[in-house]
Design a protein around this ligand. Structure first.
Ligand SMILES: Cc1cc2nc3c(=O)[nH]c(=O)nc-3n(C[C@H](O)[C@H](O)[C@H](O)COP(=O)(O)O)c2cc1C
Length: 200
C-alpha cells in the first residue's frame, strides 16, 4: 500500500493547480495499491520563508508538513507556470524540506498552464530540486495546458481534452505507484551516505 502526498505549488487562492491536484488525488485513489492521498495546498498552508530561526508558530507549521512528507511513500509535485518558472512557494518548500523527507522516493511532476505553457516548470524541477533532497523524479510527467477549459464539471468544458488528460493522469498515477512499490525496496538497500549528506 502507498501513501502519496500531492504538493499543490500555487499560492493563489482557488488555483487551477489545486483543481488539478484534486484530479490527481482521484486518479491515485482509483489504483488498488494506494490507500492514502493528502494534498498540501501552498495557498492554504502558510510555510515561512527559509530562515536561520523560526517563531514557535512557524515551527509548528514546518513540523506538521515535515511529518506529512516524511510519512509519505511518494509525491506528486503540481506546479503552475508563472513567468516561465515554478512558484517561489514551491522553491521555498524544497529549501525547508530535503533528504529526510524526500530521499529515494518517487516524484511525479505535473505542470499547469492557462495557455500553451507548462514545459519550463518541468525543466526547472528536474534541474534544481533533487540534488540534496534525492527525490527521484519519474521519467514521465504530465503537462496540463488550457487548464481552465477542463475538469470544471461544466457542459462547455473541452471533454475531448479532459478525457485524454484524465486517461494520461490515471496512467501517470499508476506509474508513480509502481515506482513507489519498487523504491521501498531500494531504500532498504541504500549504502550508508552519512559521509555525503548532499549530492555533488
Ligand atoms: C504571476 C503569474 C505569471 C504567469 N506566467 C505564466 C507563464 O509564464 N506561462 C503560462 O503558461 N502561464 C502563466 N501564468 C498563468 C498560469 O498558467 C495560470 O494562472 C494557471 O491557471 C496556473 O496557475 P494557478 O495554478 O495559480 O491557477 C501566470 C500566472 C501568474 C499569476
Amino acid at each position: 500500500m502507498n501513501k502519496i502526498t500531492i504538493i499543490s505549488g500555487s499560492h493563489r487562492e482557488g488555483s487551477e493547480s489545486l483543481k488539478i491536484s484534486r484530479v490527481m488525488k482521484e486518479k491515485l485513489e482509483a489504483h488498488s495499491n494506494c490507500d492514502n492521498v493528502e494534498i498540501i495546498d501552498l495557498a492554504e498552508v502558510k510555510l515561512p520563508f527559509w530562515s536561520e530561526s523560526y517563531t514557535a508558530d512557524e515551527k509548528e507549521v514546518i513540523d506538521k508538513v515535515a511529518k506529512q512528507l516524511e510519512s509519505s511513500d511518494g509525491f506528486v509535485v503540481v506546479s503552475p507556470e508563472w513567468h516561465g518558472m515554478v512558484t517561489s512557494a514551491l522553491k521555498n518548500l524544497f529549501l525547508l524540506f530535503t533528504s529526510k523527507q524526500f530521499a529515494h522516493k518517487p516524484g511525479l511532476i505535473v505542470s499547469v498552464s492557462a495557455s500553451v505553457g507548462g514545459s519550463y516548470p518541468i525543466n526547472e524541477l528536474r534541474t534544481s530540486s533533487y540534488k540534496n533532497s534525492r527525490l527521484c523524479y519519474l521519467p514521465e510527467h504530465l503537462i496540463v495546458r488550457h487548464a481552465g477549459t477542463i475538469f470544471n464539471g461544466k457542459d462547455d468544458d473541452d471533454k475531448k481534452t479532459e478525457a485524454y488528460i484524465g486517461k494520461r493522469a490515471l496512467a501517470c498515477a499508476g506509474m508513480l505507484l509502481a515506482y513507489s512499490d519498487a523504491l521501498r525496496t531500494a531504500r532498504e538497500m541504500m549504502p550508508d551516505m552519512s559521509d555525503f549528506p548532499n549530492g555533488m
